[in-house]
Design a protein around this ligand. Structure first.
Ligand code: ZN
Length: 388
């Protein structure tokens, strides 16, 4: 089980002057190519699930595979939900197993971005989930990226960044210093002075979106100024598409199943290049030793219902209780079952221990009826099970 807290991983990279790659996953071939690269380089890795790509695949179906790949890996892995469009979608991602979230409010006026990000921090931190804020605007320039990120580049202000970080409590900050989503024509000009000032003003791990197409020297300079995560997808999509086109050209009658045969391999090669270049290669053992493991927790309660509650009221009360618990952040599954004449079992799966602790605090907010039910949990037996 090699899922670890993203925040610990980010801070390790930040303290040791290297950058994690957050590689966009769009299917099982990308997933296996990225994971193979991480194993080969002994590198910590962030699997990045970008909401704009959910039109290409079913997030709920892909996530179990992403979780399974992370859990069986020998290297440390974190799973990030990127460019979410709402807090509700971030909540869904946390339930599905993501342990880092970013909701994109960077196009809003400063104060709106600040308040919305702060609210997201409250929701996510209650589950131990890492939050990335974004200040300034990183536009898209080509193809799909241009449609998804319209408008002009707006640079991050160092003065605003200091206030934004202090007042939102974000764990990392995506900055706009000259990169673009997609592939820029020509070599991007990066504003290192601005980056240095932001780094000095915030002292938290910084993130670069639009990492494709920079020179080796540019990456090194970014990392020397506090960049601890680089989001990387466009170049992977390019090598994958090229490999499918080549396969098509080489064999005009190829089966559908054979066309993407080399996608995992070309994704692995490009991912490995980045991991080594950004200094993440060879760091897996240290990260595993120093970062908290991330584990789902199952809580099981056996309880009796008071004889003061009428038999016909019980199903309604139990239904209300399940619905109230399901609404909470980080609750993955709730199940109540009758075990014998008077005894019931309540099983709740949480995405993390923090989510379970938060749920216990929120216990006070149950409705009067639910409280009556819960307060009458005579002979209660509680069990916590780590599910990995
Ligand atoms: Zn981005």
């Amino acid at each position: 089980m090699a899922l670890v807290h993203l925040n610990d991983m980010l801070n390790h990279a930040y303290r040791h002057n290297y950058a994690l790659g957050a590689f966009g996953v769009v299917d099982l071939r990308f997933l296996s190519g990225i994971m193979q690269a991480a194993e080969n380089c002994r590198a910590p890795v962030v699997l990045n699930l970008i909401e704009a790509h959910f039109c290409h695949y079913d997030f709920e179906l892909l996530m179990p595979a992403v979780l399974a790949a992370a859990k069986r890996a020998a290297v440390p892995v974190a799973i990030n939900f990127d460019h979410g469009s709402s807090h509700e979608h971030a909540g869904r991602a946390i339930r599905a197993g993501c342990n880092g979230v970013m909701v994109d409010t960077s196009m809003l006026p400063f104060s709106d971005n600040l308040w919305q990000t702060r609210e997201l921090v409250n929701i996510a931190h209650a589950c131990g989930v890492t939050v990335e804020g974004e200040l300034g605007y990183v536009p898209g320039v080509t193809g799909e990226s241009a449609k998804l990120h319209p408008g002009e580049l707006s640079y991050t202000s160092a003065a605003e960044a200091a206030g934004f970080v202090a007042r939102t409590g974000v764990d990392s900050l995506a900055v706009s210093i000259g990169t673009v989503h997609g592939r820029m024509k020509g070599m991007p000009k990066l504003d290192y002075n601005r980056l240095a000032k932001i780094h000095e003003a915030t002292s938290i791990p910084l993130v670069i979106h639009g990492g494709t197409g920079l020179s080796d020297e540019q990456y090194r300079k970014l990392i020397s100024h506090g960049v601890a995560k680089i989001n990387y997808y466009t170049a992977l999509a390019e090598v994958a598409a090229r490999s499918v086109r080549e396969q098509c050209a080489a064999d005009r009658k190829a089966d559908y199943g054979n066309l993407p045969d080399h996608v995992s391999e070309v994704v692995r090669v490009e991912t490995e290049r980045c991991m080594r270049l950004w200094g993440a290669g060879g760091r897996a053992a240290e990260v595993l030793a120093q970062c908290k493991p991330w584990a789902e927790v199952r809580h099981l309660t056996l309880f009796n219902i008071s004889s003061a509650i009428a038999e016909n009221e019980i199903p309604v009360l139990l239904g209300e209780t399940v619905a109230a618990i399901e609404m909470r952040p980080g609750v993955r599954r709730v199940h109540i079952a009758k075990t014998d004449q008077a005894r019931y079992s309540l099983m709740v799966d949480f995405s993390s221990r923090e989510a379970m602790n938060n749920h216990r605090k929120l216990g006070k907010e149950l409705s009067l009826h639910q409280k009556l039910l819960m307060n009458n949990m005579e002979d209660t037996l509680s069990l916590e099970l780590q599910t990995q």
